[in-house]
Design a protein around this ligand. Structure first.
Ligand code: AKG
Length: 321
């Protein structure tokens, strides 16, 4: 029995392959959207318990406004704010902010499925695995990981253009990222923008710290071109979305978002990643540590074990045609 509100069409599969991104309108039902919204709100409410939760706006403000002594004192056990500040300053790359009031926060958390049971149930047993299966065309689909991204009204911080692949310690073609909004989102409130076709240019780009093009410490890869500064030189697309819609991109498609310049509209979304058969483990020592992972996989291995559960199997979970 399908859990989708409607099937994914052949045209949508071919758009995903060609453009590296596709908008699936109205593919989730109201119950799924409401359940995900509750989970995102829970994740934000309990962010203090997360080993990987950040208020990126507060971090940016601390770095921009405080002196070194204060930064040293502000370093919590969870995040070494002073080290992050020193690194960003040393690259000379500016923070990417737009004209919003600055009253809101950009909140980011990783690994919610490992700490919130309802969230895990949704990403492992809800409608999302079926979406991934339709697009990846794989015999098996495994859950790979998740983040939530919340931009409150008045959030200035953009999400710098980046490519997910070099944050992940995997290689291959069959990895897709579902960006699932639980609010209406437009360019003004920070919808995703994608460099269409960039998943096929054969490049692996240096990952950055999200609020700036400053690369992650020790990161290897090509330097991303200055998309923020020369937008017209790139085929950038965006899609306004509503709850029930899902945007899916290939993990090598370059993308980013603006701040949230609205006065009242919060922008909450979950980013949920799935892998297919051809994905293999590779070492990327600069990749953010996945503190919730319980196992260490070796270079070249397929994904396996409880961190990467099988969420869909051809035959067993396939919808009857
Ligand atoms: O929501 C955002 O601001 C960024 C999301 C993102 O980069 C992702 O889902 O891969």
């Amino acid at each position: 029995m399908t859990k989708l509100a409607r099937p994914v069409t052949r045209d949508e599969v071919s758009a995903y392959r060609t453009a590296g991104v596709v908008l699936l309108k109205g593919v989730l039902d109201l119950a799924a959207v409401n359940a995900l919204r509750r989970c995102i709100d829970d994740a934000v409410r309990t962010i203090g318990e997360s080993p990987s939760g950040y208020d990126l706006s507060a971090l940016t403000r601390a770095i921009q406004t405080l002196d070194q002594a204060t930064l040293e004192n502000a370093s919590s056990g969870q995040h070494d704010i002073a080290a992050i500040a020193r690194h960003i300053k040393s690259t000379g790359k500016p923070f990417l902010q737009d004209g919003a009031t600055g009253k809101g926060s950009f909140i980011l958390d990783t690994g919610i499925a490992a700490r919130l049971r309802d969230f895990r149930r949704l990403v492992v047993a809800g409608a999302m695995p079926e979406i991934a299966a339709s697009l990846l065309q794989s015999d098996e689909v495994r859950f790979f990981g998740d983040q939530v991204f919340v931009k409150e009204p008045g959030t200035r911080e953009k999400t710098a253009f980046h490519q997910d692949a070099t944050y992940f310690e995997i290689d291959g073609d069959q990895c897709c990222v579902l960006w699932v909004p639980v609010d209406p989102v437009t360019l003004e409130s920070g919808v995703m923008e994608y460099w269409r076709g960039s998943h096929r240019n054969g490049k692996l780009y240096q990952p950055n710290v999200f609020v700036s093009q400053a690369p992650l410490p020790g990161a290897e890869g090509e330097m991303l071109p200055d998309i923020e500064g020369r937008r017209d030189d790139f085929d950038i697309v965006h899609f306004d979305v509503e709850p029930g819609d899902v945007l899916v991109h290939h993990y090598k498609t370059v993308h980013g978002t603006g701040g949230n310049a609205t006065r009242y509209q919060v922008r909450r979304a979950a980013s949920i990643r799935y892998c297919g058969d051809d994905i293999r483990v590779t070492q990327r020592p600069w990749a953010p540590r996945q503190l919730h992972h319980t196992q260490q996989l070796e270079e070249g291995q397929s994904l396996s074990g409880p961190d990467f559960p099988v969420v869909w199997r051809r035959g067993a979970d396939e919808r009857a045609a």
